[in-house]
Every structure is written in C-alpha cells, then in structure tokens.
Design a protein around this ligand. Structure first.
Ligand code: ATP
Ligand code: MG
Length: 243
C-alpha cells in the first residue's frame, strides 16, 4: 500500500520552479531516497510531504489524506529530521525532546521515559543535561534523529541525516535506520552519499532541476545503466559527486 502519492506535484517559489509536475509513490515499509544535486528539489519535495508548505499545484496524499486538507493529522503520524538544525539553543538536550513532546500531547512521565530511551538509541545519554551549544555538529544531527522519533512515527523523513557525521557515526545511523525499518517504519531520505543510498534504499528517485529523471531500485538502475550508483547518477544528471 502507498503511504505517499504525488501526482503532477509542482512547486514555485515566486517565479522559480522548484518542482515541475513530479509523480511518485512511496510504499509502506520501504526506504525511499531522493537523490540529486544541490537545488534539485529534494528538500522541497520532502517539505510538502511533511506539510511544511503547500504545493503550488498537483496532489499529494500522505496516509491517504491530502496534505492541504489534513496537515494536522498527517504531522501527528510522521517524524522529520530537517536539513538545518532547528534545536532550541537555550535548552538542554533532554529538554529539547521534552518540549517537542508537548506538540503531540505526550504525558510528561511518558515523555521523560521516551526521551531517555531515544538518547540511549542515538548514543547521547551522557549528554542529556548539556546545552545544545556544547554539542558537536554530528551530535546535533543525532539529537535531531531522536527528536524525530518522539511521537513514534509511522513515516520518518530524513533530510541529509548523515551529512557531517564521521564514518563511525554514519555507520551507527545506518544501523539505527535499518532497525527502524525492520520495525515497519517507512523511511524517506535524501543523501549525497551513493554508498548510503545503495545500502539503505529499496528505491531511489534521481532528480535534477525540479524533475524526476528515474525511479527504481538501485540494483535495477545499476543493471540497466551499467556501473555503480554513482556512475548511474553521473550519467543521468551529468553532475559528478567528486570534489
Ligand atoms: N524558501 C525558498 N524560497 C525561494 N527559493 C527556494 C526556497 N527553498 C528552495 N528554493 C529554491 O528551490 C530550488 C530547490 O531547492 P531545494 O532546497 O528543494 O533543493 P535540494 O535538492 O534540497 O538541494 P540541496 O542538495 O542543496 O539540499 C532551488 O533552486 C532553491 O534555490
Ligand atoms: Mg536539500
């Protein structure tokens, strides 16, 4: 069953077309990746799925509900790890999770227990009482992952979850995401690391300039186009991932 369907999804920021009549569906239980160069429209597509902003035209349904008609109900059932850190710098690590729980009417006692469990899950338990400003960049990313899980989401949206993480932390996030997937949570992610997409994603959409160039399983794309996923990406977008 589809958990997200997008039909002719179009998004303009004033005169700039960020998404140009894109179509995709995300199947319950899969890990779906949006790949593409800077400005391709990945964050925009995700922002519309999690009801942060409405489409200009077209239709997007999440859990069978229209994003413009039922944003509250949709938001209650999903978790978001945004590309930019929006943690509250005046609060501690633990307090950030507790304050977030209030949006979802989670009881105080349950919120505290859950926050500690999730800090353990992302290996930040010993940082529970420190201010956000004392965390490293990678620790902030991990806290954002914990926060996204506070409402026990069915759908987890991860915008560059592992950007800025060291190789060890990146691998532990991969393990954590695989564990969440094995519990039946649907994952939607963006990444610039093709190894990550290959390891985690059941299907990927390769995008450029607001259009989806192809959607398929990484293994299928590699056998159709030849080479590894990075070579497929280069062939389709014309853009290299090498610095
Ligand atoms: N709030 C905004 N106002 C105006 N233009 C925007 C806004 N957000 C994004 N854009 C533009 O829309 C296009 C798509 O941006 P988007 O952030 O979706 O790309 P992306 O694929 O996520 O890129 P990146 O890999 O850099 O994160 C870009 O041309 C960008 O400049
Ligand atoms: Mg982005």
């Amino acid at each position: 069953m589809d958990i997200v369907t997008a039909r002719d999804l179009t998004k303009y920021y004033n005169s700039l077309c960020a998404l140009d009549r894109v179509n995709f569906e995300i199947i319950r239980g899969e890990c779906f990746g949006f790949l593409g160069p800077n400005g391709a429209g990945k964050t925009t597509a995700m922002g519309i799925i999690y009801c942060f902003m409405p489409p200009t035209s077209g239709e997007v349904k999440v859990f069978g509900m229209d994003v413009t008609e039922n944003p509250g109900e949709i938001k209650a059932r999903l978790g978001v790890m945004p590309q930019d850190n929006n943690l509250d710098p005046d609060l501690s690590v633990f307090e950030n999770l507790i304050v977030y729980a209030r949006y979802f009417d989670i009881r105080k006692k349950d919120a505290s227990r859950l926050a500690l469990e999730l800090l353990d899950f992302v290996e930040l338990k010993e940082k529970a009482d420190v201010k956000i400003t004392s965390l490293s960049g990678g620790m902030k990313r991990r806290l954002l992952l914990a926060r996204a899980l506070m409402n026990n989401p069915e759908l987890l949206i991860l915008d560059e979850a592992t950007t800025g993480l060291d190789p060890h932390s990146r691998h532990s996030v991969w393990d954590q995401l695989n564990e969440l997937k094995s519990k039946g949570i649907t994952l939607v992610l963006t990444t610039h690391y093709m190894e990550e997409a290959e390891k985690l994603c059941d299907r990927v959409a390769i995008m450029d300039s607001g259009r989806i160039l192809t959607i398929d399983a990484p293994s299928k794309l590699m056998s159709i186009h030849g080479g590894n996923l990075e070579e497929v990406y280069l062939k389709l977008t014309g853009k290299s991932l090498k610095i």
